[in-house]
Design a protein around this ligand. Structure first.
Ligand code: G6P
Length: 745
């Protein structure tokens, strides 16, 4: 409304001014018309009265002429009339003839001239008409017309014109305002959809429907500009920032103004277990927990997770929350309780017998049961309720983790449309053909597309996801910006390679490398000079533990000089043990270790075994000792989203020694090319890599390790989380911009 007034008032003023400016011109023009009319009238009168007038003149009846003139001047407009003889004879005139009009001065009133004569009564017009007759010498008839009627008419006309202009001004202004409002709205809608990253560019048909094709070039330029600015901002930030817990805190308090941060995952970072009289706190073997725990320490948010420990219920408050880390609480865990049936259907069933093998190409068939699916849906809903209960504001930042909670993003969006949901998928995303196996593929994809940002470790997984959506969903996929629009909501699909805490906790590096080596040798009964490689995994069929063992066997076949001089220590954390596939995998692993150990083992001599299998949980301190003591670390996953063991090994080696053998099927292989990259299915190649690692000169080890440490130092876990939070911040700023733009309109 204010905008309309701002526009209409000046327009009315301008048009009124214009009306004022033109009115004198109109006056003059009207006067000229009337003067011309009066001249014509004068000729007419002269012609009409010439005959009777000359008759009277010829008869010398001056009095009669006087009467005649009085009669004529009764005409409303004829003010005075007179006759000036050409030769002899006296002039005759009506009494009203103004004194200024004299027979001897008639040149003052030329024919066709303006001939205006002001008087007390008002303006007069003088017209002189020559008259001739055979019976009487030629003379001049003088007609004085009253011009005040013309002035009156002119004033009326001016008033009329003035009102007409005002009316016109109002109509034009209103029309202009209506048109301007309509196009402004259209423009804003265009800008809004542009800023939201939808519309004009990606959907030219929609732009055309909106009647805004002319905005496309502007939209394109603006979008490019925004992207460039963001990229520049980020590049500047990223190259200048040291990514530490403080950096993350600064982002949270600066860019996100202390917004509410909630992490949701199935696995909790601290599990309270009852051991007789004592309650023991355990940190699970999980890449997800390894990455997120330092972030939560830095952000002091809330972590919602399944309370799976036997003593978990004993330590929570009445809101099911407990402060962690136990020794020095920095954030809280809110525990979600699941019944045994729920856990069986949602976690063991749908998540780990269905989605896990579906997403990992490890040649294990996924199993999908509708009863598991029902539990999966119900448990996701349970998590959604906890998120809503924990949110302090209507627009928290919710970081949803992994394949257990694929439906959660849409559920959160439904309850809290203003929330920023960042979902991170920690495992690989398969190609569309593989994913098509899932009977609930559409529901899973729709659930995930409730996210504002959807993250994967590698661009390859982002591509697979976008291809899958393109194949199975009625969604608009923008491959230039990597966004998917579904159900009126846009999701940015981005690559965020996960990493580890850097620099690592000093406590983990406190024991010198030599000491770690000596202790590990003593612990495993290795003689001095015995060489060993370390493998650290959950006992999962995707980790390629069998393939690793076969590589050791092949090494000993091909290079028998290593028999009794080399061992592989395999730390294998028991995992998902109630699933058949995991039980049979564990059995296979144990059997293969036994077979190889029998084949290349002691044989009567007191030699160390080639494979030392430790199927038990190890804490971070113990694992770091192994990393620091080992000659090499062997990561042979058949398929892995990232694999943080590879990065942890690199982080642990501050002595710049040790060799990393890394499967080409891990996300980490794309970031750590200085590792010995192997195909775990190629046993000979893996055996050769083991031999190469054990014989690699110290200088080469140092050169490779330095490069890898540089990468992990630069791209640590704070950067991983920081980049997601920065993207969330700019997304929130952009939508704030759109909202405020809407308010001004
Ligand atoms: C992988 C998954 C995590 C999971 C971890 C341990 O890293 O991506 O989500 O927590 O395995 O598995 P678990 O089933 O014990 O949580």
């Amino acid at each position: 409304m204010r905008l309309s007034l701002r526009f209409v008032l000046p327009l009315i003023l301008v048009l009124t001014g214009f009306a004022y400016a033109v009115s004198p011109l109109v006056d003059r023009m009207i006067l000229r018309w009337f003067t011309r009319d009066l001249d014509i009238r004068a000729v007419l009168i002269a012609n009409t009265i010439s005959e009777p007038l000359f008759e009277q003149l010829a008869a010398g009846r001056k009095a009669k002429i006087g009467e005649f003139f009085v009669r004529i001047t009764q005409d409303e407009r004829l003010y005075a009339i007179g006759f000036c003889p050409g030769g002899e004879g006296s002039a005759v005139a009506s009494k009203s003839m103004p004194a200024e009009v004299r027979c001897n001065d008639l040149e003052r009133w030329p024919p066709g001239g303006e001939n205006a004569l002001p008087s007390k009564r008002g303006p007069l017009h003088v017209s002189v008409q020559p008259m001739a007759n055979e019976a009487y010498p030629a003379g001049k008839l003088v007609l004085v017309h009253d011009l005040s009627f013309a002035t009156r008419r002119s004033e009326e006309t001016t008033r009329y014109i003035f009102h007409a202009f005002i009316g016109l001004a109002v109509i034009v202004s209103l029309l202009t305002v209506v048109i301007a409002q309509l196009s402004w709205r259209g423009w804003l809608a265009g800008m809004r959809s542009l800023l939201r990253g939808e519309g004009l560019l990606r959907d030219p048909a929609a732009a055309a429907k909106m009647g805004l094709p002319e905005f496309r070039p502007i939209a394109r330029d603006l979008q490019r500009l925004v992207r460039d600015l963001e990229a520049e901002h980020r590049a500047r930030d990223e190259s200048q920032m040291a990514w530490t817990p403080e950096t993350l805190r600064a982002i949270l308090h600066g860019e996100l103004r202390g917004d509410d941060v909630i992490v949701v995952s199935n696995r909790e970072p601290y599990i309270h277990q009852r051991r007789g009289e004592r309650i023991e706190v355990q940190q699970p073997a999980s890449g997800l927990v390894t990455a997120l725990e330092p972030i939560m320490r830095a952000c002091s948010g809330t972590w919602i997770a399944h309370g799976s420990g036997s003593a978990d219920r004993e330590v929570v408050d009445r809101h099911d929350c407990v402060g962690v880390p136990p020794e020095n609480p920095a954030y809280k865990i809110r525990r979600v309780w699941l019944s045994a049936e729920e856990e069986a259907g949602y976690y063991y069933g749908f998540a780990n017998e269905g989605l896990w093998p579906l997403c990992h190409i490890a040649h294990v068939r996924p199993i999908f049961r509708s009863s598991d699916w029902a539990h999966y849906v119900a448990v996701n809903r349970k998590f959604a309720r906890s998120v809503v209960a924990e949110a302090r504001t209507k627009n928290p930042i919710v970081l949803v983790q992994d394949y257990h909670l694929a439906l959660l993003p849409r559920m959160i969006r439904k309850e809290m449309p203003e929330a920023t949901v960042i979902t991170f998928w920690h495992i690989p995303w398969p190609n569309p053909e593989s994913f098509a196996i899932c009977p609930w593929r559409q529901e899973i994809l729709a659930g995930m597309l409730g996210s504002s940002i959807l993250g994967f470790h590698t661009q390859f997984h982002c591509n697979n996801f976008v291809d899958t959506v393109d194949r199975f969903m009625e969604a608009r996929v923008d491959r230039e910006n990597f966004t998917v629009s579904f159900g009126g909501k846009s999701t940015a699909v981005r690559r965020y390679p996960i990493s580890v805490d850097w620099p690592p906790d000093p406590a983990l590096l406190a024991k010198p490398v030599e000491q770690c080596a000596a202790d590990m040798r003593a612990l495993n009964n290795f003689p001095a000079g015995h060489r060993f490689c370390i493998g650290v995994d959950r006992l999962d069929y995707t980790k390629g533990i069998l393939e690793r063992f076969r590589a050791v066997e092949r090494l000993l076949e091909l290079n028998p000089e290593w028999i009794g001089k080399f061992s592989l220590i395999q730390v294998a954390a028991p995992t998902r043990s109630s699933i058949d596939e995991y039980q049979s995998h564990e059995a296979q692993v144990r059997a293969l270790a036994i077979r190889i150990n029998e084949r290349f083992g002691r044989g009567g001599r007191d030699l160390p075994l080639p494979i030392v299998l430790k199927v038990e949980h190890h804490d971070a301190g113990q694992v770091y000792e192994y990393y620091r003591a080992a000659d090499c670390c062997f990561v042979s996953s058949l398929h892995d989203g990232m694999n943080l063991v590879a990065k942890e090994f690199v982080a642990a080696r501050d002595d710049e020694r040790g060799v990393l053998i890394l499967s080409q099927f891990t996300g980490a292989a794309r970031e750590l090319p200085e590792a010995l990259i192997v195909n775990p299915y190629d046993t000979d190649q893996c055996a050769a890599a083991l031999h190469l690692a054990l014989t690699m000169p110290v200088d080469e080890q140092r050169n490779r390790m330095r490069l890898m440490r540089g990468l992990v130092a630069e791209f640590n876990v704070y950067r991983w989380a920081g980049r997601m939070l920065l993207d969330a911040a700019s997304m929130r700023q952009r939508s704030h911009l759109v909202e405020t733009g809407g308010g001004a309109a």
